[in-house]
Write a protein that binds this ligand. Sequence first.
Ligand code: DAH
Length: 371
Amino acid sequence: MPKNLKNEILLVGKGLKDKISYAKNVKSLEDIRISALGKKGEITNYLKQLKSFDHEQRIQLGSVLNEIKNNLLNSLEEKKRIIINEELEKKLLDEKIDITLQESPNNQGTLHPLSKTIDDISAIFADMGFEIAVGPDIETDYYNFTALNIPEDHPARQEHDTFYLQPDHDGFRKVLRTHTSPVQIRTLEKINIEKLDELRVIVPGRTYRSDHDATHSPMFHQCEGLVIGKKIKMSHLKGALIEFCRVFFGSENLPVRFRPSFFPFTEPSAEVDIGCKKLQDGSLSIGGGEDWLEILGSGMVHPKVLSGVGIDPDLYQGFAFGMGLERLTMLKYGIPDLRPFYDSDLRWLKHYGFLGIEETSLHSGLNGVNS
Ligand code: DAH
């Protein structure tokens, strides 16, 4: 076989292989295949020339050309696979949906100031060993009034501006509970006081009275408290409530005053006031000052309430308290009007609400309420 022809063929083969390795897409690979192995391709032309050589040379040259041909076919196949894979990966990447995109931070919700108050009160009393008790919003006359020593003709019934429901089939009219105090009775009925060392519960919940102005809403919230034990005295009531007021308002030396009062279900009864100062612009500052602000009712549980649920008042005593949560919230955060509490106005919620996780107020002004 002419040596320079073999070299020439090997060189052509090498050139074609290089072209294959540089090919960018399937179409150019196909062009290379035709230019090499098609009817008029370079390698095909050499094969056509074979018959002009003698037998020996034909065998030698034929085997070189076949090897190059097979080699090129393999390379074409291999390169095609690589290109298709690359194209697929690029396509997947281009079509990928970025699910890590954050939603607009403007849409972050806030904790309603009332929820914040309920959380805070629950945490403060939990530290003092109180559990949370619940009861129904729709009450019977018995739990809402009678069992709390508020008999039929008692003037306190009128003061409560009660919402009555339609009489049921046996003629009884249920009420929307006017306070959380009925849960005192329901809780005492449920427990066996002899098996308990001491009962300590708070009852945050919805309450209803027919009243509506800047500081009253027909639906509002109260938190009741009840402690029953064998050695409970008025000093425990005072200690617990002074501690509560100081922690809730974040003021270590907050003046707290107990003023004699009357509630049918406690004896003696006391209203609790905290010290405050009237500022020149008419708003209030919680803390030292000449003025007092009433924030809750309390007292030693009336013996009639205890005996009514089968607890011997000579063996057990207790104290109770009740507070309006809207009022506490308005005082603490300087919110002047109660009505927007229930309007679901996002601007109001943004202004007075709390970021749940960080527990920081978006509203900076504390302790100022217009009086
Ligand atoms: N239930 C009373 C009210 O709604 C508040 C209250 C006062 C609750 C004294 C008590 C208490 O438990 O001892 O006005």
